[in-house]
Design a protein around this ligand. Sequence first.
Ligand SMILES: Nc1ncnc2c1ncn2[C@@H]1O[C@H](COP(=O)(O)OP(=O)(O)OP(=O)(O)O)[C@@H](O)[C@H]1O
Ligand SMILES: [Mg+2]
Length: 315
Amino acid sequence: MDVIETKNLKVSYDKKNFALKGIDINVKKGEIFGFLGPNGAGKTTTIRVLTTLIKPTEGDVQVLGYDVKKDALSIRQRIGVVLQQPSYEWSLSVEKNLYVYGVLWNIPKNDLNKRIEQLIKDFDLNDIRKQYASDISIGQRRRLQLARELIHDSELLFVDEPTIGLDPIIKRKILDYFKNLSKNGKTIFFTTHNLEEADYICDRVAIINKGMIHVLDSVENLKRKYEKERTLEILFNDGNDLLMKKLTDRIDSIKIISPKEKGDPYKIVTDDLSTTIEIINDFIKSNSFLLQWFNIKKTELEEVFLDIIGGNKNE
Ligand SMILES: Nc1ncnc2c1ncn2[C@@H]1O[C@H](COP(=O)(O)OP(=O)(O)OP(=O)(O)O)[C@@H](O)[C@H]1O
Ligand SMILES: [Mg+2]
């Protein structure tokens, strides 16, 4: 059984519009699962359901083998959650914040002190350990928030945008920290806008947009799948539609993106470059259309993301 399993998960905040429109995901034990999508895609809403903060409107959701609707408490006791909103006590020092949280989680005093020292070291909080949480920088607060959530052992950690506002050195450190946690068996579910980051630590990623999952695959597979793929930009003075028809007739997997504005090139996404070029060549030889624009580029993971996100903007 997987650590997270959702079937046809739907959430509506207002009983009219759906923030999640039927999400199917599964997260395996010990993996780092990246949940990617633009603003408003439904990432935080999904985390809220998985961490039992809100109930699904429809669908079936199991976390660590428990049903989110029936066994919220059992789930809460076993997970760690770092949300987007700040959650710490402003009027306490950094170390006191960690301490109070440890006490709330019932961690024996001896263990707790050791853990606090380790986390202060891991999250570079030593210089500011005596400062009030209200007096530290945004990035330092984020680190405090992450450290605090790691005070108690959890099998499954949810982190909503862990690295926003962090400088590159700390960012890398925290990502490495997550990698290490997952090596030791912890499962991490984290959201991000950043593909590079996902590429660096995730075993698998799902891309969500407008409440729907568009891709769920290992980063490796995604890369392999798109490695062969090329994007051609092309425009003739006339006859473009004829060429596009010839291409789609011959190559099943080809994808054509028609220009939104007149005068912009057509985009042809193909995993069979040689046949594509051959068809274009024949087209040029047997017609008298003039080529006005031509360009070939490799499809980057970033573009896959933009393509998925941008491709249905007008839905
Ligand atoms: N508490 C709420 N009440 C009503 N609508 C909400 C609420 N929270 C989110 N929404 C709506 O649900 C949709 C999904 O929002 P959500 O916060 O899950 O997006 P997100 O992917 O986390 O975005 P971001 O990257 O900006 O954090 C949006 O249309 C949003 O306006
Ligand atoms: Mg969010």
